[in-house]
Structures are given as C-alpha cells and as structure tokens.
Design a protein. Structure first.
Length: 270
C-alpha cells in the first residue's frame, strides 16, 4: 500500500485553506521506527512541526519498550514539538495528544475513547496508541516527539480493532482513505498540544476525563480493591480504595504511575 502525499496535503488544506501548512512532511515506505527516524532528522536540523510518516515499521515500539505491530495498512507517524514544560510534566504531552486525537475523530463521528493512559479505544478494543519521547536539559523538556499508531486496514490482534472494518460494520464511510485519517491524527495532536499550552493542564485534564473509558472500573492493588475515579496532572491513575473500617470518615485514595498496573482488554467475543 503506497502512501499518497497529495491526498494528505489536500485533506490538510481543507483545514488550513490558504495558509501554509504547519507541518514538514517526510514520507517513507518502510522505517525501523518513525520516532527514531524523526530524532535523526532533528539531529540534522529539523524543527517543531516536522512529521515522519511510514507505511510500515519494522521495529515499532509501544510504551515501556513493548513491540508495536506495524504491518502495512495502518497509520504510523511521529511529530516533533518544542513544548515549554518541566521534565516532571512530560506525561502531560501524552494526555494532550490522546485527548486531541480522540476529540478530532469524534468530530468526524467516530466514537473513540481513551483507555488509561495512552490507548485509543473503539467498541472496547484498541484502535491505536501513543508513544511520547523527550529530550531534557536542566530539568526542562527541550524537544519532544509524539509517536502514534492507528489501525486502519492492517491486521489486529483479538483485543484490537481497525477503523475500516468498524466502518463496514456500521455501514458508513466516515473516513474514506488512510491519508484522511492521517490528516485527522495530525490535526488532533496539534489541537491537543495547543489546549495544554493555551488553556493549561486543568482544562486539558477535564477534557481527557470526559472521554476516559475507565472511570468506575475496579482493579486490585496489593490485594486491595480500588475503583478508578480519575487521573492526576502527572498522568497517574487515581483509585478510591475499599476499606473495612466502617468508621472511616474519608475513603482512602491512592495513585498509580503508568506501567505499574494494567487495566487490560477483554477478548472479543465470537
């Protein structure tokens, strides 16, 4: 499947009309990783707004070093940004990107949600994911890359879903081609980061929680049952824990960092 640059440019121009596109587009057939390729371009002088798109990744990565299956037919891209954030706030970039892409796809009529912390879900199954990488100097993020993978027409595992099959099941064709989906992802990342930078983390986090699918889910932590009640500004999951103390005035609450617990996916029923 060959990526059509002109279709992508045309889709983006529908948004930007007569303005110059705020993206520098670099399109490849196959790369090991779009994030890795973009870091190389940044080392060669590329700036914020540089985008790497590939039809296939041979060594795609997810969060915490997990392999991301990146066969032909999906959206695989990375965007460079230059956020003014402290290193301790790096996870806000992931929250912003996840919300921005979700909101953009919802505008199109696709009921996407977010599974904490960085998965895009549709009908309870994984549609895509986000991998944020940063460079830090003196406690400040000097450069960041937002990597995104979205299932379009590629094969997916039992816990996954691709958008083309979902559209067929709904007898609709909201997004006609891979390049239009790519444009929506780019617009989503940009709008999410702009929300964080202009409106601030409190507004961004409120938006994120509005589309988070895990509110009310129950999970065990150290053999104690907790209920998901929210997410902190640092991206940690807030859990209200059960207690056997009937006299307790306040139900205890804890927070868990990304990667320390898994909320999991249910297998698709046949």
């Amino acid at each position: 499947m060959e990526f059509n640059r002109q279709l992508l440019v045309n889709a983006l121009k529908e948004e930007y009309k007569h303005q110059d596109l705020p993206f520098s587009l670099h399109i490849f057939n196959t790369v090991s990783s779009t994030n890795q390729t973009l870091w190389q371009l940044i080392d060669q002088g590329e700036k914020s707004g540089c985008v790497v798109i590939a039809t296939e990744q041979t060594a795609g990565r997810g969060q915490w070093g997990r392999q991301w299956q990146s066969s032909t037919g999906g959206v695989y891209l990375s965007m460079a940004i230059a956020p003014k954030l402290e290193a301790t706030s790096s996870y806000q970039l992931t929250l912003a990107s996840a919300w921005g892409i979700t909101a953009q796809l919802r505008k199109c009529g696709i009921p996407v949600g977010i599974k904490w912390p960085n998965d895009l879900v549709l009908d309870g199954r994984k549609l895509g994911g986000i991998l944020t990488e940063t460079k830090v100097n003196k406690g400040q993020i000097t450069q960041a890359i937002i990597g995104v993978g979205i299932n379009w027409a590629n094969q997916v595992p039992e816990t996954g879903i691709n958008l083309q099959l979902w559209q067929n099941s709904q007898n609709c064709q909201i997004i006609q081609h891979l390049e239009r989906l790519t444009s929506q992802v780019l617009l989503g990342i940009k709008s999410g980061i702009e929300c964080l930078q202009v409106e601030g983390i409190n507004i961004l986090l409120s938006n994120y929680l509005d589309v988070l699918t895990n509110i009310g889910d129950q999970v065990y932590v150290n053999n104690l049952l907790g209920t998901v009640v929210g997410v902190t500004q640092e991206g940690n999951l807030r859990l209200r824990m059960t207690t056997d103390d009937a006299k307790a005035a306040v139900t205890p609450e804890i927070s868990c960092q990304p990667g320390t617990i898994s909320l999991g996916y249910r297998q698709a029923s046949v």
